[in-house]
Write a protein that binds this ligand. Structure first.
Ligand SMILES: [Fe+2]
Ligand SMILES: [Fe+2]
Length: 388
């Protein structure tokens, strides 16, 4: 049930207080009485709906009380009826100026007071309803904005997860292929960083640099399709085996082809042409010079350098200096001369990458050597000479 309207009567004369109180209560309102202005200001906090304000009071007069009420933003719309014996135009103007809503002249006409109070209370009720409505609207808008912000953050987070999962999948795909090979996870990391470094040195846009960094570890993904007897053969491959080995470029291309992912598309290009040589003597297509995709020319330099400086079951790791000599010899024959030059121009960074991804005791290395031994033993037992 709605509470009774609360009317604050501010008058210093007892008789006036009683008259007003009687009238207010007869209208069905609740009366609060105060005899001075200062007290009236403190009583506003009691959820007052309307003020009946006397003019002539000691200390603060009615004008000053009205002015102070209006100063407080909380009571800017609180109806004030001035109860006054003053009828002069100047006093009325002054009252309007300080924010009084209406006047009632003493002696008070009960009906007139009732009508004026009712009309002002109704107005206040409407204003309160609007304020409440506005507050609800603001609250709803705030809640929705928050919910929207939350949803956007969740979406961004989900996208980050998907992107990370995408990269992770690609890395594991490359790792799966390397797992069968003599290469290691370290090779993939160094290869990725050398390739990105060279792409950057070529002034490629940053998103392309990133793309090459992520796509380059897929270069040998096709090795997954090469029979282990060839892939793991300890000695030199015969020409027939070598032809099969070369197929890893085409198999890699097949595995990665027709993807909608730009990363896998880049991987396809790199897998297909990372063994092409600048002078056209490479495979599978025998492309030469700039006919070889740039990304593959970049990866070739990175791959050759890392293969030379990494140990293999059948060879020791070359020193950097030995590898530099071979790179210089390959400049313009196997490798793109410009990219080889950029490699040498960035040796400090190359060495940083090499030191950062130094071959740590590789957790899968034991398992890998068990696999290798398993195959070697089997070759010996069956005498198949690697033709399992
Ligand atoms: Fe390869
Ligand atoms: Fe490689």
């Amino acid at each position: 049930m709605d509470r009774l309207k609360r009317i604050l009567i501010v008058d210093d004369e007892k008789l006036n207080q009683e008259v007003l109180e009687g009238m207010v209560e007869s209208f069905g309102y609740q009366a609060e009485i105060t005899r001075d202005g200062a007290e009236a200001l403190t009583k506003l906090k009691w959820d007052i709906d309307l003020v009946l304000l006397d003019v002539m009071m000691p200390l603060l007069d009615g004008f000053e009380v009205a002015r102070r009420i209006r100063e407080d933003p909380d009571y800017r719309d609180l109806p004030i009826i001035m109860v006054t014996a003053l009828t002069d135009r100047e006093s009325r103007l002054r009252a309007v100026e300080v924010g009084v809503n209406d006047f009632i002249t003493k002696p008070i006409d009960k009906t007139e007071l009732k009508v004026r109070m009712a009309s002002l209370l109704k107005m206040k009720e409407a204003q309160d309803a609007i304020k409440r409505h506005q507050m609800v609207l603001e609250e709803t808008a705030q809640k929705r904005t928050l919910a929207l912000r939350h949803a956007l953050a969740e979406m961004a987070e989900a996208q980050r997860h998907i992107h990370a999962a995408h990269l992770d999948t690609i890395h594991r795909l490359a790792l799966a292929a390397e797992y069968k090979d003599e290469n290691t996870a370290g090779h993939l990391h160094r290869m990725s960083h050398y390739s990105a470094l060279l792409a950057q040195a070529l002034n490629l846009p940053s998103d392309e640099v990133e793309l090459i960094g992520y796509a380059s570890p897929m270069h040998d993904v096709g090795k997954i399709g090469i029979p282990d007897v060839i892939l793991l053969k300890p000695g030199k491959l015969d020409p027939e085996e070598w032809e099969i080995m070369k197929q890893h470029t085409l198999i890699g291309g097949q595995i990665l082809k027709n993807s909608s992912s730009p990363l896998l598309q880049a991987g396809e290009i790199i897998a297909l042409s990372h063994h092409e040589k600048w002078d056209g003597s490479g495979y599978p297509q025998g492309l030469a010079g700039e006919k070889i995709p740039l990304w593959s020319r970049i990866c070739a330099v990175a791959d050759v350098f890392d293969a030379l400086t990494s140990p293999r079951p059948y060879k020791r790791a070359l020193s950097n200096e030995e590898a530099y000599d071979i790179l210089l010899e390959s400049r313009g024959t196997h490798l793109d001369p410009q990219i080889v030059d950029l490699f040498f121009a960035n040796l400090d960074k190359v060495k940083e990458i090499q030191a950062r991804y130094v071959e740590a005791p590789y957790e899968n290395r034991n398992l890998k050597s068990i696999m290798l031994n398993f195959y070697f033993e089997r070759w010996k037992i069956t005498g198949s000479g690697g033709k399992l």
